[in-house]
Design a protein around this ligand. Structure first.
Ligand code: G4P
Length: 306
């Protein structure tokens, strides 16, 4: 994936989505359960005004279940209907039909009052790149009907995939752009591998990830790379600022290089290789199920109480 977002592109994508949204009753918005907020573009709230809304916490197989529960409660409190899914295996997809009926209850009742019976709900899938839109459409629709590699703003004839008597899906997902202007968002999307725009060097990215893991998932690094790494991650650094944390993170990275035998030709430690190993382990779930952010407004406390 190589996304280069620039205003012209975004304006086009936005306009195309505005047109598509006129045709539908329900927006099915996919977010990545590991970064439920960073993987959204809140512009969709403006674009989708007046439409029923369903959020799917996708890739929930890779996220921390307790945190996913906290996120579900948070989204519900904001008025969204929410289902936790794994589009790769299909887990959770069965709950979607009921959620769609619930989300569109007003429309269905309005139709009924007007004597319109059995008019299917028309829905559209939206989300930022790599969140799993094509995978979801393919698994939900049963057959490979989603076109992959679609580009935003490309003129297209709309096709409807008839999923049941009660639901039709626009075959092409709407692509939202991530909020690149926020550094933390960029960092989190880079951690999960959703942007390969080199916003940071791999080692810097790995060091930032180590800082996060040491703080929020202290068992993860030791569990994967052993005692020496655990000790380095648990070591105290006099400087408690972020740069102090980063300094310790580089020491942890060196320990990971030692533990994994990453050596340069001159027998020095190859921390670039160690960084690549760490990021790959994280992205493929080998460090465990990890969620990188918590809901705003006390989500953390609620999460810890559980
Ligand atoms: P997009 O249309 O929104 O851009 O995303 P796409 O479906 O192409 O999915 C991006 C990647 O995320 C794919 O992996 C896909 O398999 C994976 N994915 C989608 N949903 C889930 C999920 O619920 N759980 C997990 N674990 N992965 C999911 P890939 O490595 O890029 O491709 P591939 O190896 O599957 O071919």
């Amino acid at each position: 994936m190589n996304i280069q977002w620039y205003p012209g592109h975004m304006t086009k994508a936005r306009r195309a989505m505005q047109e598509d949204i006129k045709l539908i009753d329900l927006i099915i918005e996919l977010v990545d359960a590991r970064v439920p907020l960073s993987s959204r573009n809140p512009d969709i709230d403006q674009l989708g005004k007046g439409k029923a809304r369903l959020i799917l916490l996708n890739k929930s197989d890779m996220a921390d279940d307790r945190r996913s529960e906290a996120w579900m409660a948070w989204f519900q409190a904001q008025g969204f209907h929410v289902v936790k899914v794994n589009s790769r295996t299909g887990a959770g997809l069965k709950q979607i039909n009921a959620a769609v009926q619930e989300a569109c209850r007003e429309k269905i009742e309005r139709d009924r009052r007007r004597g319109i019976l059995n008019r299917p709900v028309r829905a559209m899938v939206v989300g930022i790149p790599n969140v799993g839109k094509s995978t979801f459409i393919n698994s939900f629709a049963g057959k490979a009907c989603a076109k992959t590699g679609n580009k935003p703003g490309v003129t297209k004839g709309n096709q409807w995939i008839r999923l049941s008597k009660t639901l039709e899906l626009l075959d092409t997902p709407g692509i939202l752009w991530p909020r690149f202007e926020d550094q933390q968002v960029g960092l989190r999307l880079a951690f999960i591998g959703s942007i390969n725009d080199e916003i940071l060097q791999k080692e810097e990215l790995a060091a930032e990830l180590i800082c996060f893991l040491t703080e929020s998932y202290p068992e993860a690094l030791g569990g994967r790379y052993g005692e020496e790494v655990k000790a380095a991650a648990g070591g105290s650094e006099e400087d408690s600022s972020h740069s102090g944390d980063l300094k310790r993170a580089y020491q942890v990275l060196e320990e990971i290089a030692r533990a994994r035998g990453c050596l340069t030709k001159g027998s020095g430690l190859d921390t670039a290789k160690a960084a690549a190993i760490l990021l790959d382990d994280f992205r493929s779930g080998r460090l465990g199920r990890i969620t990188l952010e918590l809901p705003p407004d006390g989500g953390e406390e609620k999460c810890l109480e559980n």
